[in-house]
Every structure is written in structure tokens, then in C-alpha cells.
Ligand binder design. Structure first.
Ligand code: NDP
Length: 485
């Protein structure tokens, strides 16, 4: 029987689909029903070898092309992605379980944005001229070489494109390993790049578990590793890359604060809290899961939040009216439910949800706790599910100190109508990205990444160019060489 989303083979290397059935099986499950939609194989050492050799061979010639020429390929790929948005969104929905209502707007389109943006920038990646009297120095921004991208399962298309677009724009080649939970979307990105004119071997996809990622990270032919994943995996991958003196970008998890002051617009604050906790069923790294609400607005906030949360339409993600889909897997659902039980047993007050929705899929009702204190497990650990914690506060100084009391620092949000306070507070928050009167917007033009344990490096924006290229300095002497010898 043909499976619904079966690709012609597991890996995409050197411009073509490649299989090696010796690799451990990977079952791709539609999380809404439990149906197996594709069967693939993890990469064997032979597949990893093919991918690295292909990337290494393709990179040199690609780097010799002009930036404009490289950019043209990326921009064409962006156009193809947009033309195929519906099919790509449906595949993303099968891969992740995220509702079509989201995937039609936030996945292939966001990937296309990255390809278009970095395609546009490719022709202006330059060094500088530094005059030194008669002599001068010039710098060149040169590629790193072969880059490895390793993705989490929440945004498989977006993550592949956010890494590939700047890497390729700078003249690198890439090998991308998706999470084994969501192996399908990156293969489509690889197909589209070839169709757009990228040379074979420039962007390769290999499937696999953590061991495949490990094999890629430690190979001496790999020059850079960009990981999107948990803080725990990040530490391992960072250490492995450091042993080979490789460049890294680490986009890791968070436990981000969202601060709602008494003077905030109530509906906007509730919208921000819902978006920052329930979008993609809460499986978003930058989610504002610690919602600090000032005492004066607390009752109104909780009332309005629960009213609106009760209206969320949970169900079949392929139905465009559905607003929330399942968790990625039964295992993730159980992990999240473990946190919910902890919340209850440690004394937080459940104000909505808190239950599994019975059926074949891994659904959890949108959940929120009030009266959460900073020492509770749900306020300290990243849950990666639709579970919001509301904490009370009274003063600005107090809330800033409590918001910063975490090892992580991916994002933070402030809702207030006091313009001075908004900037004063964001100034003091230890986070890579801050939002004022909104939450979780991530346009490609803006740098994205964390401070503290949430990672190093930045994705998107011009800043990403610095993380996929390096400077070569050339000193030019015009006069005779002065020598004491
Ligand atoms: P994991 O950290 O479990 O996995 C991330 C990727 O790393 C997977 O492809 C995984 O493969 C691979 N991997 C695991 N171990 C190793 C290893 N030793 N060497 C090389 N690769 C390895 O994350 P999840 O997939 O569970 O994703 C959720 C996490 O990602 C959350 O913490 C979330 O906050 C974070 N995230 C961060 C984002 C950001 O931009 N900052 C965005 C999205 C998510 P395998 O799955 O096969 O183990």
C-alpha cells in the first residue's frame, strides 16, 4: 500500500533521492490520527559519507560564482515555494500535526521569505577597504565551507530554510538533518533548490537520529554546525563542534517571560499570551510561558483569558477552521502531561484545560495555571506544550529580577501603554529578542537568537551573514619593506 506522504527515498544527496535500507527504520506518523504516512531509513555511515563528499565537491564551484548569481537561485527557489504553498503546507501539517490554518501562513512562506531575503543580500556580501597611508588593507568575506544544519521538529520547513538560505547565499554548501519525527519537509526544500538551479550536492538532506547528527558534527570536513534544538542537546553538540574548532550557531530552548502591567491593553495582552503559549500547540522555542501579571489587572486578565481559551477549536489539523492541533507525538504529550500533574501537585491553580483529549491523536486541551510561584517546576522548566503559567507581581523592579531568574534567555515580552517603561524594562531583560505589546513575531529582517543558555549566534537578518562567513584580511604594501635585519 502506498503511504500518503511517502517520498521516493529517505535522503536527498547530490541532486537525487538516495536510499539505504540498512539504516534503522523511521516511521513518520501523522500526530492527529496516529496514521503512518511515510516510512524512511536513518542514514548509514555510507550515506553520511556520500552527503559530505557531495557537499564538499559542490561548495568550491558555488563559492566562485558571483553573489548575484547565487542569489538568483535562492530567489527562484522562494518563488517556487510560494507557488506550491498549499501542497507544502499540507505536507508540513502531516509532518508536524500543526493546523493548516497555521502552516498556510507560517511555514513554507517563512522559508520563502528567508530564501528571498538572503537571495537579495547575496550580491552585497563584501569586505571593506582600510586605508593606511600609502598602504592599505582589504578584507574579503569568504564562505566557511561545508555547513551542517540540524533541526528540531516544530518548524521543519522553516528551520531548513533559515539555515540553508544564509549558508548558500554566503557560498557554503549544506547538509541538513531534520528531526526524525519530521523527516519530510526538508526533502521538498532540497527538490526545490535543484529545480531553481542549485548545483547537485549544494544542499543535501540526510535522515537520522541523534547519532547521525553526531557523525556529521564530528567529521573533520565539516566547518560549521547550526543546531535548533533543546539546551541539553545544544551543550553536547557545541562541545563536539568545539573539539574540531568549528563555527557554531545554537538556537536552543527558552523559558521566556511575558510581563503584563496594569496599564496594558487587556485584549492585546490576552492575545499575546494566547499566541505565545498556544500557537503550534505550544511547541515554539520563544514562547512566553511565564506570564507575569500585575496585581491590578490580574482578575480581568484571567477572566478574559479563560473565556477566549474556551473558544479555541481543537481538532483535525487538515480542517482549515481548526485552530489547534495535537502534540508532535504521544511521548511528547505524556511528557507535557507530566508537567501538568506537577503543576497541580505543587499547588498551582488550574484555570483551563489540563486534560488529554481522548482519541487516536496526541491532543492536549489548552492549559493554563494561575497562582504559580517561581520555585514551581512549571515555572522553571521548558515544557514545550500548550501550558501557560501565570505569576503575580507588584513592582517593576521585582518583576524584572524574577523574569531574569533563569538560565535561559531566548525571548521576553512587555505589555504596557507607558512608552518609557516599555523601553526601560526591555533594556533590563536578559533575552535575545524582546517584544513590546506583541509576542512571537519573527520576520526574516530581524535577528533571532538567545542569550545565556538559550544559545549563541543569530539567525535571520544581516547578522546571519556573519555566522555563515568569515573575514580574510589582505595587507597591501606599496613601498619598500622596512626591516631591522
Ligand atoms: P532535540 O534537542 O532533542 O533535537 C534537536 C536535533 O538534534 C534533532 O534533530 C536531534 O536528532 C539532534 N540531536 C540529538 N542529539 C544529538 C547529538 N548528540 N548530536 C547531534 N545531533 C543531535 O530537540 P527537539 O527536536 O526535541 O526540539 C525541541 C527543542 O528545540 C526545544 O527545546 C525548543 O525550545 C528547541 N527549539 C529552539 C528553537 C530556536 O530557534 N531557539 C526553535 C525551535 C525549537 P533526534 O531528534 O533524532 O534526536
Amino acid at each position: 500500500m502506498t503511504l500518503k506522504c511517502q517520498p521516493s527515498a529517505s535522503h536527498f544527496i547530490n541532486g537525487a533521492y538516495v536510499e539505504d535500507t540498512q539504516g534503522a527504520p523511521i516511521e513518520c506518523v501523522f500526530p492527529a490520527t496516529g496514521e503512518i504516512v511515510a516510512r524512511l531509513h536513518s542514514a548509514t555511515p555510507a550515506i553520511v559519507e556520500q552527503a559530505i563528499a557531495a557537499a564538499k565537491a559542490a561548495q568550491k564551484d558555488w563559492a566562485r560564482r558571483s553573489g548575484t548569481e547565487r542569489g538568483r537561485v535562492l530567489r527562484k527557489a522562494a518563488d517556487i515555494m510560494r507557488e506550491r504553498n498549499r501542497a507544502l503546507s499540507e505536507l508540513e501539517t502531516y509532518d508536524t500535526g500543526k493546523p493548516l490554518q497555521e502552516t498556510l501562513y507560517a511555514d513554507a512562506t517563512s522559508g520563502a521569505d528567508a530564501l528571498e531575503y538572503f537571495g537579495g543580500l547575496a550580491g552585497s556580501i563584501t569586505g571593506e577597504h582600510i586605508p593606511l597611508g600609502e598602504d592599505w588593507v582589504y578584507t574579503k568575506r569568504i564562505p566557511l565551507g561545508v555547513c551542517v544544519g540540524i533541526g528540531a521538529w516544530n518548524y521543519p520547513t522553516q528551520i531548513a530554510c533559515w539555515k540553508a538560505a544564509p549558508a548558500l547565499a554566503c557560498g557554503n554548501a549544506m547538509i541538513f538533518k531534520p528531526s526524525e519525527m519530521t523527516p519530510l519537509c526538508a526533502l521538498k526544500v532540497a527538490e526545490i533548490l535543484i529545480e531553481a538551479g542549485a548545483p547537485a550536492g549544494l544542499f543535501n538532506v540526510v535522515q537520522g537520529y541523534g547519532d547521525v547528527g553526531g557523525a556529521l558534527v564530528t567529521d573533520p570536513r565539516v566547518d560549521k554546525v547550526s543546531l535548533t534544538g533543546s539546551a541539553t542537546t545544544g551543550k553536547k553538540v557545541y562541545a563536539a563542534a568545539a573539539a574540531g574548532m568549528k563555527h557554531v550557531t545554537m538556537e536552543l530552548g527558552g523559558k521566556s517571560p511575558m510581563i503584563i502591567f496594569d496599564d496594558a491593553d487587556l485584549e492585546d495582552a490576552v492575545s499575546g499570551a494566547m499566541l505565545g503559549n498556544f500557537y503550534s500547540t505550544g511547541q515554539v522555542c520563544s514562547n512566553g510561558t511565564r506570564v507575569f501579571v500585575q496585581k491590578g489587572i490580574k482578575d480581568a486578565f484571567l477572566k478574559r483569558f479563560t473565556e477566549r481559551a474556551a473558544l479555541i477549536k481543537l481538532g483535525d489539523p487538515l480542517d482549515e477552521d481548526t485552530q489547534m492541533g495535537p502534540m508532535i507525538s504521544g511521548a511528547q504529550r505524556d511528557l507535557v502531561m507530566g508537567f501538568v500533574e506537577k503543576g497541580k501537585s505543587e499547588g498551582a491553580r488550574l484555570i483551563c484545560g489540563g486534560n488529554i483529549v481522548e482519541g487516536d491523536g496526541s491532543f492536549i486541551a489548552p492549559t493554563a495555571f494561575a497562582d504559580v510561584t517561581g520555585d514551581m517546576t512549571i515555572a522553571r522548566e521548558e515544557i514545550f506544550g500548550p501550558v501557560m503559567s501565570v505569576l503575580d507581581f507588584e513592582t517593576e523592579d521585582e518583576v524584572v529580577a524574577r523574569a531574569n531568574d533563569t538560565d535561559l534567555g531566548l525571548a521576553a515580552g512587555v505589555f504596557t501603554n507607558d512608552i518609557k517603561r516599555a523601553h526601560r524594562v526591555t533594556d533590563r531583560l536578559e533575552a535575545g529578542t524582546c517584544f513590546i505589546n506583541t509576542y512571537n513575531d519573527a520576520p526574516v529582517e530581524a535577528p533571532f537568537g538567545g542569550v545565556k543558555g538559550s544559545g549563541v549566534g543569530r539567525e535571520n537578518s544581516k547578522a546571519a551573514i556573519e555566522h555563515y562567513s568569515q573575514l580574510k584580511t589582505v595587507y597591501v604594501k606599496m613601498g619598500p619593506v622596512e626591516s631591522p635585519y
